[in-house]
Structures are given as C-alpha cells and as structure tokens.
Design a protein around this ligand. Structure first.
Ligand SMILES: C[S@@+](CC[C@H](N)C(=O)[O-])C[C@H]1O[C@@H](n2cnc3c(N)ncnc32)[C@H](O)[C@@H]1O
Length: 226
C-alpha cells in the first residue's frame, strides 16, 4: 500500500474507513479515564496516518493538542473544510504544514509521508493514537512502520493502539488482520504492551461484513516506549 494507492483512494472518494463518529476507546481512555480537563494542555497527541479522522476534532475540543501526519492533501483539506475550521498552510522541511487554532487546542497536520518524519517532530508529543493506521498496512510494511515508530519516540511516550483480527482468507485488506501474537512480535523489543480490552464488532461493521467477514474482533492495547 504505497502512497499512490491512498492518494487515488482519496481522489476517487473510496474512503470506507472514515468514521463519522468519534472512536469509543479514545473517548473512554482519554475522556472518562484520561487526565482532568484542566491538565490536558500538557498533552499532545500524535495521530499517524490520520485521514480526516473526527477523532482529531474530539481531542482538540477536549483540551489535547494534536499533531498528525497524512499523505493526501485532499484528506487534510477535507478535514478542515468539513469541520468549518480556518487553517494556515506553510512549507516545513519537505512537507506541507496545516495549522488551525480555531478550537481550544492547536491542530497541526503535516501533509507528507509518515516515513519521512524525524524524531524532533515528535519531541513534545506525549501520546499516540493509532486507529486504522497499523492495520492499514500490509504485513511487509508493518515491521517498517513499527521500527519507524520506535525511532521517532522517546522513552515514556504512550500509544493507544486499536487492531482488528479476522480470518484473512475471508477478505483482502486494507484493513489487514493483526493478531495479538503479531502485536507482540512487532512491539515487544521496544515497547511494553498491555492489552486493555477487546470486543466482537462484526455486527457493528456492516461494511466489512458486506466484504465477506463472518467474525471480527477489535482489540485495544496500551504501548509505552521503553
Ligand atoms: C485506513 S486510513 C485511516 C485514517 C484514520 N486513521 C482514520 O481512523 O480514519 C489510512 C490513512 O493513512 C494514509 N497514509 C497511508 N500511508 C501513509 C504514509 N506513508 N504517510 C502518511 N499517510 C499515509 C492514507 O492516505 C489514509 O488516509
């Protein structure tokens, strides 16, 4: 799944992965279970491969600064325009940088390749929210993605990772099935791993059911960079 594949998906509006509602695990772990609202300005959440996810809106509205990366210019512009947010556009290194200060906390989206980010870009990031990012990548790219995540992060940075597990013979990705065993293979060297919860979501995911899935488990992990 190279960048051209995704840019084409955005340009032809084949974005079945986009959710109109806010991710329930984000709301639970960063809302109810998260830090008190008046302390959230100290937190900055990195959203890799962000698309035009409404989760970024929720994070900013709930006091968290947002830093994100997305390869599609269309997706980034759609995020701001769909949500009626003013934004500034500038060049940063070899990337485009979009910034909006309309909401309580700043949202910054780098338009470019995740793999070209540098450690300094995540310097003041405290948390990472990975929904539909690791699972968007085929098996051959997942190791590179996790290696890059390890390279970018410093000790103590936390990730909320949401994976999907299903029988891969029932459907071609993306999204791709990622088992608990694979999560350990990918992350255990550089991250501590805590499984927070899992849920059978086949009845909620009608799009994936229509693509042939008969069973689907969503699992949430907390990872901490060692
Ligand atoms: C499955 S979508 C998920 C989007 C978002 N996380 C969400 O929950 O809606 C994956 C996104 O990653 C973007 N993407 C894929 N490869 C990328 C890369 N190397 N660098 C930056 N963005 C990338 C795609 O354009 C797409 O918007």
């Amino acid at each position: 799944m190279e960048i051209d594949f995704w840019v084409e998906r955005w340009n032809s509006n084949k974005i079945g992965f986009h959710q109109t509602r806010i991710n329930q695990y984000l709301v639970y772990f960063y809302g109810e279970k998260g830090p008190p609202a008046d302390q959230r300005e100290k937190f900055k959440v990195f959203v890799p491969l962000c698309g035009k996810s409404k989760d970024m809106l929720w994070l900013s509205q709930n006091g968290y600064k947002v830093f994100a990366v997305e390869c599609s210019d269309r997706a980034v512009k759609d995020f701001f325009e769909d949500n009626a947010l003013n934004y500034k556009h500038a060049k940063k290194d070899h990337h485009g940088l979009y910034q909006s200060s309309d909401l309580p906390s700043m949202i910054e989206i780098v338009q470019g390749d995740f793999f070209s980010l540098q450690k300094k870009d995540l310097d003041d990031v405290t948390d990472i929210f990975d929904r539909a990012s690791l699972v968007a990548l085929p098996v051959g790219m997942r190791k590179n993605y996790v290696n890059k995540m390890a390279e970018l992060q410093k000790s103590g940075q936390r990730t909320l990772l949401v994976t999907l597990t299903f029988d891969p013979s029932e459907m071609n990705g993306p999204p791709f099935s990622v088992t608990e065993e694979e999560v350990h293979e990918l992350y255990a060297t550089d991250f501590s791993i805590e499984k927070l919860c899992f849920k059978d979501v086949i009845n909620e995911e009608t799009g994936l059911r229509n693509r042939g899935l008969t069973a689907l488990i969503e699992t949430v992990y907390k990872l901490v960079r060692k």
